[in-house]
Structure formats: C-alpha cells, structure tokens
Ligand binder design. Structure first.
Ligand code: NAP
Length: 311
C-alpha cells in the first residue's frame, strides 16, 4: 500500500490551510518634540560669537526697544528681549514711556534712534495706546533697522522673495523645520491665522521654501478639512484648543504659535497638545516652543543688521 500523508501534513498539491490568530496591539507613538528652548541655545551661541567679533572691531551690535504704556504682558516681553540682548553681548537700550506719550513725541524718538549709529535695530513693542497710530510709527522706523520686519517696505521685500528681515516668529518656525530636516519643498503647509505679524509672512516663507500653502482665517469653512490635509500645520490664532487631535494628519509637523492661558492661568497654545502629540510626528510645546525662537530670531535679525553696516 502506498504510503499516505502523515497526520496533519498536506497531501501533495493541496493547499495548506494554517489557522492562526492575529493579536493587534495598539501602538501609540508620541510625536517628537521640537524644543525652541534647545534650538535657541545653539542659535544664540552663534549670535554671541558674531556679536563678539563685531564688538572686537569697535562695532558692538545695538538694539533699542521702545515701550509705551504699562501693559504687564508687554513689560515681560520687553524685559525678556533686553535680557536676551545683554546675554548675547549686545548694546541694548530700553526706552519706557508713560501711556500719555503723544504720537509726535514717539515719532521724534524713532527719528533719533534712526540716526543713532550705535543702534542697528529698533523695536517698538505693540500694541501701542489707542491714540497712537501704530502703522505710522512702524513706517517711521528706517527699514534697515526694522528688525521686526513689519515695515511695508520689508513686507514687500519678503513678498517679492528678497527679504531684508524676516518677521521673527515665522522666521523662527522656519528654523524649527530646518532643525528636523523637514522636506518643506513639495509639502502641503496649512497656516491657520492670517495676521500681518505671523500668518501672512509665515505663508510667504513656506511658499518660498517650496511648500504648497493654504491660509485659513476666522471665516474659513470647515477648518478641520484643511488641517487634516496638512503635512506642516502652523497654528497662530490666539484661540485655545482650536486644533484638536482629530484635525491632524497622522505624522504631520504641528507648530503651535498661540499663546493663551488655561483655566489655571498656565501658559498654553492653540493646539490641544496632550492629545495632538499622539497623532503628530513632530510638535512644538507651549511654553518652550515658538516663544523662545521669536526672541532668538530678533537677535539674529539685529546681528544681521549690524553686520550689514560692517560691510
Ligand atoms: P491676531 O492678529 O489676532 O490674528 C489672529 C488670526 O487668527 C487672524 O487672521 C484670524 O482670522 C485668525 N483666526 C481667529 N479665529 C480663527 C478661527 N476660528 N479659525 C481660523 N482662523 C482664525 O493674532 P497674531 O498676532 O497673529 O497672534 C496669534 C497668536 O500667536 C496669539 O496667541 C499670539 O499671542 C501668538 N503669538 C505668539 C508669538 C510667539 O512668539 N510665540 C508671537 C506672535 C504671536 P481673521 O483674519 O479672519 O480675523
């Protein structure tokens, strides 16, 4: 008798059916955190080296910060900016004025700083009191000292692809993308927020880096539809939790520019960080994300302004 197949072994030519069970373990991958604090340390070390080189030639870089009024938030911002300047070896001037300062007096101060050779960068802290036309004041700053990059001439230079200064916050965001070697070229970037200070220049910088850019504002219908298509999502609205985890494409880079307070008075961003970090590939925290980068890029813009006068 011809030998038959062993028990359990398939007959020749017959399909082998194997019963097995698959167990699916949920894999939760937390996003990598892009720390603006750490990145700033490296960038500021470079700024300090460049400042020392200029100072050695008798051309210490100088920044003037002008504050009108006594808004507590503005006082903190200017104090941090002046301290960052001092830590980097800059000459820094803080001009503080009472909220009753007239527009004409402020314009006079700006003209004096424009003419001061020790000053390479001028920053007028916004917002200004209601009786002062902020646009007029920004336009009075010499474009080559406008380290915030808000002057119409600098906005135009940015728009036409030849920026003299890049506005600090969007510039910082671009440095963050660079720090993770993110291939911006060809990526779909969605910017939520369209202010002159953050959203619009951010969109321009991303466009110039080769991204396909969508800009959303408060009238955007179905914000989530747009954000879910973003490889790079930059959120700058000042609206806490406007972006939740379900609005994020898995693996996306999420940059949170927002600065808000939570119910306990703690600083928080526009993105629901705790849940978003389980979906995103990279994410910036608040605090410790874009905030420190903004001050760092102010230093970078000031050192660039000072180096230009050295050529
Ligand atoms: P802003 O001038 O008030 O502009 C907010 C933008 O968000 C506007 O374009 C507005 O649209 C848009 N927006 C509001 N609600 C929206 C919604 N529901 N959906 C989509 N877009 C919406 O503010 P900003 O000066 O750009 O600042 C934005 C946030 O970033 C604030 O929290 C600010 O404190 C923070 N910030 C942080 C830094 C930093 O260094 N980390 C620097 C600058 C600003 P409309 O144009 O239709 O009004």
């Amino acid at each position: 008798m011809a030998p038959g197949p062993r028990d359990g072994a398939p007959a020749p030519g017959s399909a082998r059916i194997i019963a097995f069970s698959i167990r699916i373990f949920p894999i939760t991958m937390s996003a990598q955190i892009i720390s603006g604090t750490l990145l700033s340390q490296n960038l500021r070390a470079d700024v300090a080296r460049r400042a020392a080189a200029l100072t050695g030639k008798g051309r210490q870089p100088g920044l003037a910060v002008v504050l009108v009024g006594d808004s507590p938030a503005s006082q903190v911002y200017v104090r941090n900016k002046v301290k960052a300047c001092e830590d980097s070896g800059f000459y820094s001037v803080l001009e503080k004025y009472d909220a009753t300062l007239s527009e004409a007096q402020l314009l006079e101060r700006v003209a004096a700083l424009n003419a001061d050779p020790k000053i390479h960068g001028i920053l007028v802290q916004l917002p200004l009191p209601a009786h002062i036309d902020a646009f007029k004041v920004i336009e009075a700053i010499a474009p080559e000292k406008d380290v915030d990059g808000f002057h119409v001439s600098n906005a135009g230079m940015l728009m036409t692809g030849q920026p003299l200064f890049r506005p600090c916050t969007p510039y910082g965001v671009m440095k963050m993308l660079e720090s993770i070697d993110y291939p911006v070229r060809g990526a779909h970037a969605v910017v939520v927020g369209a202010s002159n200070i953050v959203g619009k220049p951010q969109a321009m910088l991303l466009l110039q880096a080769g991204a396909t850019v969508t800009i959303c504002n408060s009238k955007t219908r179905d914000l989530g539809y747009h954000t879910r298509h973003a490889d790079i999502l930059v959120v700058a609205t000042g609206k806490r939790n406007i972006v939740t985890a379900d609005m994020i494409k898995p693996g996306a880079v999420v940059i949170d520019v927002g600065m808000n307070r939570d119910d306990n008075g703690k600083l928080c961003g526009d993105v629901d960080f705790e849940n978003a970090k389980e979906v995103a590939g990279w994410i910036t925290p608040v605090p410790g994300g874009v905030g420190p980068m903004t001050i760092t890029m102010l230093l970078v813009n000031t050192i660039e302004a000072a180096e230009r006068t050295d050529r």
